[in-house]
Design a protein around this ligand. Sequence first.
Ligand SMILES: [Zn+2]
Ligand SMILES: [Zn+2]
Length: 393
Amino acid sequence: MSGGDSEPKESTLSCARCSNPAHLQCPKCVELKLPREGAAFCSQDCFKASWSSHKSVHLKANAATGGKNDEGWLYCLRKGQTRTSKLPHFDWTGSLRPYPISSKRDVPSHIELPDWAMNGVPKIEPESSLQHVVEIKSPEQIARMRETCKIARQVLDAAARIIQPGITTDEIDRVVHDATIAAGGYPSPLNYHFFPKSCCTSVNEVICHGIPDARVLEDGDIVNVDVTVYYKGVHGDLNETYFVGNVDEASRKLVQCTYECLEKAISIVKPGVRFREVGEVINRHASTSGFSVVKSYCGHGIGELFHCAPNIPHYARNKAVGVMKAGQTFTIEPMINAGVWRDRMWPDGWTAVTADGKRSAQFEHTLLVTETGVEVLTGRLPTSPDVFPWLKA
Ligand SMILES: [Zn+2]
Ligand SMILES: [Zn+2]
């Protein structure tokens, strides 16, 4: 028996939209050699109706290949592929490089899955009216958000406890994955738009969406761990940037300033405040310290959907519309750079790095607007590890 192709037979495919037996394949996906699950449709009608969300799959494929079909770099998109030792041509902005990615971790069958878990394509999220309207959560939804966010906090804390020189970011991913499953949750990033791992780990010049891999953390690195948990039908999302061993003074200032940017932004949250004010507060504090604010990635609404309205930029003079209302839940997650604000994308289609290769830090919380102010749903717990020197005083 010959090995290799383990993809299902065509007769077993079901429509990516309605789950009926599917006999049509998206021609673009065939051309890009993308997985057949998620690219199959029962009818032209279902194919057309899915197009606005489905086409993002092709963009990701193009980004991952840099427009060319470079075998080793389809790892986000092709089942069973890992990042190979062959690096694509790219003018790397700093000294960090990609390393091999371990195979996809298993999720036991009793865990409730978001709709992208099986084939990599979120279906409800892009079509939802909650991309345009900011939902006011019911007390029942808020109770579930509180539970899920507390689990997400405990999962991130478990990751924080193992960070030291000599461990790999893949080991961080294993801890995040196992702790999430042990709590009965699903690690939301896993297979979201084909993201291959259960959390994001962003080292040094990586701004966000770094993929956990076999690189060993070195003394003096900084590493952001971004965790999202799906539990009881809702998502909870937070991240923190940690020191690996002894970190230079400039990096310590950057990380502390980023922490303060998030704290200051949270302090203005209450009903009636404009979403665009968040960016003013963050920019004021970052630029006072000589740092810059990333513009390409924003805070987001969250709940039954991983990403929805409102969109919350972290930079000054942004055009965000609307005011905060009690019952809304969203994230604030400033990314602050030591050098220029501009970002670049690695050929993997995920890893966002600073254009000048200098370091970047980030902190994130999921927040609830209350009648009088704000509740930090992912706030630190009495059990959270003491990893930030500025909190010890
Ligand atoms: Zn996050
Ligand atoms: Zn987020």
